[in-house]
Design a protein around this ligand. Structure first.
Ligand SMILES: Nc1ncnc2c1ncn2[C@@H]1O[C@H](COP(=O)(O)OP(=O)(O)OP(=O)(O)O)[C@@H](O)[C@H]1O
Ligand SMILES: [Mg+2]
Length: 280
């Protein structure tokens, strides 16, 4: 065979490989969208069903309150999923810190955790789970320079899991402190519930991975939450780890206090106005 026909042969093989890759990407995109639609339909259907229930003439006040609590909890779930899906496409697109549109701002993690714990209490009502924050010594930790909405989503994903995978009538404990040696604020979230095996402590951060117990006992779930969380924490040069502990699991987030100074856009006056109007 001449040099030219060898080259043509190689090019043909490359075209076939690229075509296969493109159809694989297409298949994955369709699967992803089907997954998104499927996960969002579940809480929306539940809300619809609860509202139908409420419109029945003979519903009592206590029952009505219970139904409204479920509506609240399902709506929170739908919002949580929608936020994760939006983040997912951003994170898949570009992993560079400067590409994220969010500015950096100093954040008091103790305050953030107290606000999040308050927000998540209703999700624990049905299973009688209480989320508690131990203010000490997190309260005296310095502020961390972070993209607040993204890190808020990280802690939301971890707390949401902690409630979802807990046994009935238990507590989710949030603790934190400042590590002077590494100049990091450390926050850990402990819950008692389904086991987390040693071999799963790394795999749960893979996109789409769910443990056997989670799949068997809690069929609803995409396996995206921790994947997104780890990516965001790594963008901040921190770490997110999981381990089994005292009849449950502990998730530990370490965030550097100043490592990102000057590395991305900082909060400007316009952003400050937007932040002042936002919930957190
Ligand atoms: N607190 C926890 N205790 C035990 N296992 C956990 C805990 N948090 C997460 N896991 C395991 O890690 C897996 C991945 O969690 P992740 O949040 O990424 O996905 P998910 O909760 O299954 O679905 P979703 O994308 O809706 O959050 C879970 O399916 C579960 O197996
Ligand atoms: Mg989850």
């Amino acid at each position: 065979m001449s040099d030219q026909s060898v080259e043509i042969q190689l090019l043909k093989e490359e075209i076939v490989r690229l075509k296969d890759q493109l159809s694989k990407n297409d298949r994955e995109r369709i699967e992803y969208l089907q997954n998104v639609a499927h996960q969002l339909v579940a809480p929306l259907n539940a809300i619809k069903w609860h509202i139908e229930n409420l419109t029945q003439a003979r519903i009592g006040v206590d029952r009505g309150k219970k139904v409204l609590r479920s509506v609240y909890s399902q709506a929170t779930q739908a919002v949580h999923l929608a936020k994760n899906f939006a983040l997912m496409s951003n994170l898949e697109g570009d992993h560079a810190l400067t590409a994220m549109r969010e500015p950096l701002q100093p954040v008091n993690l103790c305050q953030l955790m107290v606000n999040l714990a308050d927000d998540f209490q209703p999700q624990g009502w049905d299973k009688e789970i209480h989320v508690s924050v131990d203010n000490d010594p997190l309260q005296s930790a310095p502020d961390v320079l972070i993209m607040k909405p993204l890190v808020t989503q990280v802690f939301s994903n971890i707390i949401e899991n902690a409630i979802k995978y807990s046994v009935k009538n238990s507590r989710v404990d949030i603790q934190g402190s400042y590590d002077k040696g590494t100049d990091e604020v450390v926050v850990s979230i402990h819950n008692r519930g389904i086991p987390l095996r040693e071999e799963d402590t790394l795999r749960i951060f893979e996109r789409g991975y769910r443990t056997q117990e989670a799949r068997d006992q809690y069929p609803a779930g995409t396996g995206f939450g921790l994947y997104i969380a780890k990516k965001i924490i790594e963008l901040h040069r921190g770490s997110l780890t999981a381990r089994s502990h005292s009849a449950g699991s502990v998730f530990t987030v370490r965030l550097p206090v100043r490592a990102l100074a000057g590395k991305a856009r900082h909060l400007g006056p316009k952003d400050r106005f937007a932040r002042a109007c936002s919930h957190y």
